[in-house]
Design a protein around this ligand. Structure first.
Ligand code: BES
Ligand code: ZN
Length: 614
């Protein structure tokens, strides 16, 4: 008996799940889903089998081949990170049918009431399963070591439609005689005004890539294998279709660099503003924050990132979150190669530079806990949402870029293709990557200190900043700000969001309040439509205790739920010296008022920031 993942109760001696068949009956009046999951194990098992759950009510567990009840026990101890293990006793059994109901507080789900949507007419619900939230939707071995195929039937009100990170089979009327999969009474399942949306995922995926959304959803075609979906609002769909028009070009670049695109479709779903991430790489249908639609096609960077996961992350998956850099570091590298190919070297260099500053700042954040400055981490007893950082992204990127410099781009490109082909549809750890690297690049361990890179803390000495004129110019302008010099109009000609972002990120954390207002009077950064710019500016304003911007801070914290913006703003308000009483009270009030509009994951993260400092 040994766990195989610090974030799962899955036991090393138990067979893994190979297939799940889900029936989901959506009840918007109670914000719950009455469900059943038919789990197929890769081989028959006798004895206990442990599944992960969080806030689920289990109604029955049966062996569907004999139609007999199976003994089960849902632990009454709730692990604050892992949830509640569900133990089922099996005798030579490979199929288990579990019926259960989700809770309104399911950590993966955000239920939006009609007033919280754009059209204000119908409710909306969507998932975010990474890192360990799939278990709050259905019992499963919620570890990326496991890879499952699945099918799903979503029973929803007929005014709504369902989308999934899976192939859509059909939208049809519910039928009597077994269609309901024991989720609820057949009279409910087949009631007037209900429809069934059927999906199938034929490729094995880790549970964190399970995803759906249900609401009044429309779509526009943007390419031969891409549609953009969003709440059915003409203006939103049009803006999204325009922003993402270049998607097919990026898929082609990805195929040239990393091998064939294996997922058939690459659709995009633009979520409501409360979506807690910039993007989530759900297979066949990436989930995106609406804040990436800026009207200047700059959202392409986030799409490039989520697209890159189609190879690094979704084809090759980290075995556990301790090896998360294998997902995000490779993807950040792949994203920048795609960006370089479609937008040019200067933009790619700016992104590397913004990332570099992010990495340097994380060293400060983790100075009392250097464990999380390592690429390979030990996350036993740690909630992955609490330690989410730029380290796996940017130190991982730096490591791969270092290898590229050592062996040359052509050889590294060949290596990457080979790596992806060798491990696709597998879950791997850092050791497996390093063995493959050493076998395919003989002698690499003599040139690069692989141990320091993967196991050491901090930034290795052979990491580096990008070499680019525009990057160097912007960073030196930022340093001059300390001496009181603001960039002139001529100097900022042609600056877009990323140039300003890099500039602002490189300013000192706190300056004279008068300097902040002067900068804003000249360049109107607090009014920027680009949240990256606006939030970077507001951080500076808070750090400089420029309270005239606190109303903009409040408005921002109430209109978006993307954690990339919530984290730094709430942190800037509450961290540091004791004199910030006013800011702390302000942060608490705004959170109390905004809380209900945030996704449960964001609620938890903000709570943990506030509790650390108050
Ligand atoms: N997979 C991540 C998002 C994620 C990570 C969700 C960990 C839950 C736990 C996604 O691919 C990502 O990295 N998104 C970034 C995009 C950016 C790097 C372009 C984001 O949301 O900011
Ligand atoms: Zn990512």
């Amino acid at each position: 008996m040994a766990p195989i993942d610090p974030h799962s109760f899955t036991d090393s001696t138990h067979p893994l799940t190979s297939h799940i068949s889900l029936h989901l009956y959506f009840d918007f009046s109670t914000s719950t889903i009455a469900s059943s999951a038919l789990i197929t194990l890769c081989k028959p098992h006798s004895g206990d089998l442990i599944l992960d759950t969080r806030s689920l009510t289990i109604t029955s567990v049966i062996d569907p081949t004999t139609n007999t009840q199976l003994q089960f026990h849902l632990s009454s101890d709730v692990d604050p990170i892992k949830g509640q293990p569900l133990t089922v006793s099996l005798t030579n059994c490979s199929k288990i049918l579990i019926t259960f109901v989700t809770s309104p507080s399911s950590s993966a789900l955000q239920w939006l009431t009609p007033p919280q949507t754009f059209n204000k007419k119908y409710p909306f619900v969507y998932t975010q399963c990474q890192a360990i939230h799939a278990r709050s939707i259905f019992p499963c071995q919620d570890t990326p070591t496991s890879r499952v195929r699945y099918n799903a039937k979503l029973n929803v009100p007929h005014q709504l439609s369902g989308v999934m990170s899976a192939r859509h089979v059909e939208r049809r009327a519910p039928v009597m005689g077994g269609d309901s999969g024991f989720t609820c009474d057949e009279s409910l399942w087949c009631a007037e005004g209900r429809v069934v949306e059927e999906f199938v995922m034929e490729q094995p995926i880790p549970p964190y890539l399970f995803a759906f959304a249900v609401g009044e959803i429309g779509s526009r075609e943007v390419g031969p294998r891409t549609k953009v979906f969003a709440e059915a609002v003409g203006s939103v769909l049009d803006a999204a279709a325009k922003e993402f028009a270049g998607t097919e070009d990026m898929i082609r670049v990805g195929e040239r660099l990393f091998g064939e695109y294996d997922w058939e479709r690459f659709d995009l779903l633009v979520l409501p503003p409360s979506f807690p991430y910039g993007g989530m790489e759900n297979p066949r249908m990436v989930f995106l924050t609406p804040t990436v639609i800026k009207g200047d096609a700059s959202g392409a960077q986030v799409v490039a990132h989520e697209l890159a996961h189609s190879w690094t992350g979704n084809l090759i998956t980290n075995k556990t979150n301790d090896h998360f850099w294998l997902n995000e570091g490779f993807t950040t590298y792949a994203e920048r190669r795609i960006v370089e190919a479609v937008q040019g070297e200067d933009i790619a260099a700016l992104n590397i530079g913004i990332g570099w500053k992010g990495l340097v700042d994380e060293m400060e954040r983790f100075k009392d806990n250097m464990e999380f400055t390592k690429l390979v981490t030990s996350q036993e007893g740690v909630d992955p949402d609490d330690i989410y950082s730029q380290v796996p992204y940017e130190k991982g990127f730096q490591f791969l870029w270092r290898i590229e410099r050592q062996i040359g781009r052509a050889a590294f490109d060949e290596f990457l293709k080979k790596y992806i082909a060798a491990f696709k549809f597998q879950s791997i750890d850092t050791h497996m990557f390093l063995e493959f690297l050493k076998a395919n690049v003989p002698g690499i361990e003599n040139d690069i200190d692989l141990k320091t890179w993967t196991e050491g803390t901090g930034i290795p000495p052979d990491a580096m900043e990008p070499i680019s004129n525009i990057y160097t110019k912007i960073v030196s302008l930022a340093h001059e700000f300390k001496q009181g010099r603001m960039p002139s109009e001529e100097e900022v000609v042609g600056w877009h969001g990323q140039e300003w972002e890099l500039y602002l990120e490189n300013l000192p954390k706190s300056v004279e309040a008068s300097q902040v207002t002067a900068l804003d009077r000249r360049y109107r950064l607090s009014e920027s439509k680009d949240y990256e710019v606006k939030v970077a500016f507001l951080q500076l304003a808070i750090g400089s205790r420029c309270s005239e911007y606190y109303n903009v801070v409040e408005k921002t914290l109430k209109e978006v739920g993307r954690m990339k913006y919530l984290r730094p703003l709430y942190t800037a308000l509450v961290q540091g010296n004791t004199k910030k009483e006013e800011e702390k009270i302000f942060a608490q009030r705004v959170f109390a008022e905004a809380r209900e509009t945030y996704h449960p994951i964001a609620q938890g993260v903000v709570e943990s920031i506030l509790s650390k400092h108050l």
